[in-house]
Design a binder for this molecule. Structure first.
Ligand code: NAD
Length: 474
């Protein structure tokens, strides 16, 4: 991109931000009725375009079944909108707080005020819901929104731009399409809050850009989310759940189980169950209509390189289903299980983001915990098993964004739970009341009463001052 286009981008984007901010100051915060109406319009617009959304996402990927888009994107989005509408009244109400003792009977409360203009940068892997869920939350919290979706899903981004352009005036919601250069200009704008969903590397640069303007940032990043199978896990059920979590969207899911930790004496049992589970989910392997393509050639090559590196270092690669020929034009990558995995393999260093499942064995739960803690703090952690002691240990001694026990992915669709990362997997959270609060300013308000003990603490000091001090120092 030429410097001229960059300057032009900067100029246009700054103009939109100025317009949104002016409109926000002019109109004041939207009331409950307005917010609920905006969310209802958003919901109707999405439902009216269901088929077009499913087609756009599928064309962006090469292939993604309409069911997968419905289940992984549309249901979570619509459920989020319903949840926001149901809870808004309660969240918008000022929250009464206790007064410091010597100020009774004055009153203290917190009012949740919209921040103003929220910037949202979204990724390609769930291109529709990961743009619109933060957008719905920002609207619920009374903000205006500037959105920059991913350049890797042009059809979905164009559809969102068209849909949101018809729904909202530009001074309320605007969509800017573009790649990393536009993203970088976008992240340098003085928003009132910036939500970024994407890779840890880009998130680091976004945080730096935002810091220049002291813009508070929510970072929804990735990482290696482990699945630990306890010694008493139901290995058959666990394998089904891990296969589903790993292979939905062909592994291109931020909270997909990245690798499994299995007790050494159960490795063969798990491997057999995993093969059966994958076979049941996708009988024709990668050729199945319900199996999603890898987004682009760069990621297909990246996955092939991960396999080649592991093979060279001694891993056993077990193909699950018919192999896809190299350079296949459907962009599909076959599911594989990887055995004899060592920590020096690239597959155990970077987030896999594809249908490869490395199986790592352990001898004691402490060793499994140590292995998890050798990596950055993950976005999600999965534990399978019912042994109370081991489970407690895993929960207490590992730090991950979220946890699902005895299943995969499902914490994401619990609307009332906060969702987010910790450390290298992100900061801040959305979903749940935390999402609303994250995009609001919690303004503490103290309302003084006519009479209170605090008056005795001002000059002229008298005997009653000493009594009050003695009481307060007690
Ligand atoms: P990415 O970081 O490459 O891109 C994300 C967005 O950032 C895109 O819109 C892109 O155009 C923009 N961008 C690129 N360079 C930029 C820059 N220098 N400044 C500002 N913006 C820039 O991520 P991706 O490849 O689209 O998504 C995959 C990653 O996202 C994976 O690591 C995955 O784990 C993570 N992810 C996390 C979540 C979550 O909720 N935590 C959800 C989905 C994906």
């Amino acid at each position: 991109m030429t410097a001229h286009v960059l300057v032009n981008n900067q100029f246009v984007l700054s103009g939109v931000l100025a317009k949104q901010r002016a409109a926000f100051l002019q109109d004041g915060p939207p009331d409950l009725k307005q917010r609920k109406a905006d969310l209802a319009h958003l919901k109707s617009a999405v439902l009216a375009r269901r088929a077009a959304i499913e087609a756009a996402v599928s064309s962006d990927f090469g292939n993604r079944s309409a069911y997968e888009t419905r289940i992984m994107e549309l249901i979570p989005l619509i459920q989020t909108i319903n949840y926001l509408r149901r809870n808004l009244r309660k969240w918008m109400r000022p929250e009464r707080r206790r007064n410091s003792l010597h100020f009774i009977p004055a009153s203290s409360y917190v009012m949740y005020q919209p921040l103003g203009v929220v910037g949202i940068i979204s990724p390609w892997n769930y291109p529709f819901s990961l743009a619109l869920m933060p957008l719905a939350t920002a609207i619920a919290a009374g903000n205006r929104v500037m959105l920059k979706p991913s350049e890797h899903t042009p059809a979905t981004s164009a559809l969102m731009k068209d849909m949101l352009g018809k729904l909202f005036p530009e001074d309320q919601v605007s969509v800017t399409c573009g790649g990393p250069e536009t993203g970088s200009v976008f992240a340098s704008l003085p928003f009132d809050h910036l939500v970024f969903t994407g890779s840890t590397a880009v998130g680091t640069s976004v945080l730096k850009n935002a810091a220049e303007n002291l813009v508070p940032v929510t970072l929804e990043l990735g990482g290696k989310s482990p699945a630990i199978l306890g010694h008493d896990a139901d290995f058959e059920r666990a394998a089904v759940s891990i296969a589903y979590g790993k292979l939905a969207n062909a592994g291109q899911t931020c909270i997909a189980p990245d690798f499994v930790l299995v007790p050494r004496d159960k490795a063969t049992t798990f491997a057999e169950h995993y093969k059966t589970a994958v076979q049941a989910l996708y009988p024709e392997g990668a050729a199945s209509r319900n199996y999603t393509s890898i987004i682009n050639a760069r990621h297909q090559t990246r996955l092939r390189d991960l396999l080649a590196d592991a093979r060279k270092k001694g891993a056993t690669i077990v193909p699950l289903g018919p192999e896809t020929p190299a350079g296949n034009d459907t962009g599909k990558a076959s599911p594989v299980l990887m055995l004899n995995v060592t920590m020096d393999m690239a597959v155990m260093k970077d987030e896999i983001f594809g249908p490869i499942l490395p199986l790592v064995t352990y001898d004691s739960i402490d060793e499994a915990i140590k292995l998890v803690n050798r990596h950055d703090r993950p976005l999600a952690l999965y534990y399978f098993g019912n042994d109370g002691e081991d489970r407690r240990k895993v929960l207490a001694r590992t730090t991950s964004g979220n946890v699902t026990i005895n299943d995969t992915l499902m914490h994401y669709v619990q609307n009332d739970l906060p969702f987010g990362g910790v450390g290298a997997s992100g900061m801040g959270a959305y979903h749940g009341p935390e999402g609303f609060r994250n995009m609001s300013h919690a303004k503490g308000v103290f309302e003084q009463s006519r009479w209170n003990l605090g008056g005795f603490l001002r000059p002229p000091f008298r005997r009653v001052t000493d009594i009050a001090i003695r009481y307060l120092l007690w």
